[in-house]
Ligand binder design. Sequence first.
Ligand SMILES: [Zn+2]
Length: 292
Amino acid sequence: MPSNTKSARLFRLPDQRRNELCDLADFIANDHFANRRIEPAELADKKGIPIKFNHYGDSFDGALEHKAGRFFIYINLDRVERPSSPRARFTLGHELGHYFIDDHRNALCSGSMPSHPSKCEFESRNPVEMEADHFASCLLMPATRFVAKAKKCSVGWQGIQTLCDEFGTSRTSTAVRYVSLNPRPCAIIKWNTDGYGWKWLSTSFFAARLRRTIEDTDRIAIGSATAKALSGEEPGSRGFFQNGSIASAWFPCIRPGTTLDVILIEEAIPIGRFGVLTLLYPESGSLPQIDW
Ligand SMILES: [Zn+2]
């Protein structure tokens, strides 16, 4: 079970709702893009929704507006950089989520939910925004084809980067999808420029009771991959830092030297103004099976 915030109980969407949204996105992806990359701009066009790209400052990524019986999507180039960028594609997927999810569309049409500016890629804890983010993730990276491809990729960040290229998705959204679908056990921690942001744990980590991670940057090991990335050091041509670590360095509940204190590979990926991602995965490829 992934945990997507400091308090999973408070902010995680219910599993049933997550599954419903994924089924909806999966159906749309396979209906329109059965054997090719999902193109959200093309989908908007098919639905007769004009897309307006413009510069709107730093306040939002995108918005869906309902006006005089028609829908319009606005995408902020100041946040997504260019119309075809991975973040622009995700933002389009998010806004299409507000269109395709019945509750969201009906609320917009009736005026009970005013059109609102969205901050995408898991930056919002508003349930409506989280639903649209989840829809976008499932739309752009349909589960069956994502897992099939992921199992053929190398372990660690290099494999996730291959998936980014395959699906045209950002490093953050691809990493979250990877952890959620658990093709291999791993955990991802997002650090904002001002500290801890959120984390996602694959079901394998959760089952092995590797759950609560350190959240205080002062507890990150000096000289570690994450410390280097957070200090602004340049990672070189690979684009990320890597070192060996142990579970007890990241999960305070694990006692040093016990069975669960496994060797982890730590990889830290600078993502520009959005901060740093830390990817953790067991060096052996699996985690101890625990009978509780
Ligand atoms: Zn939104």
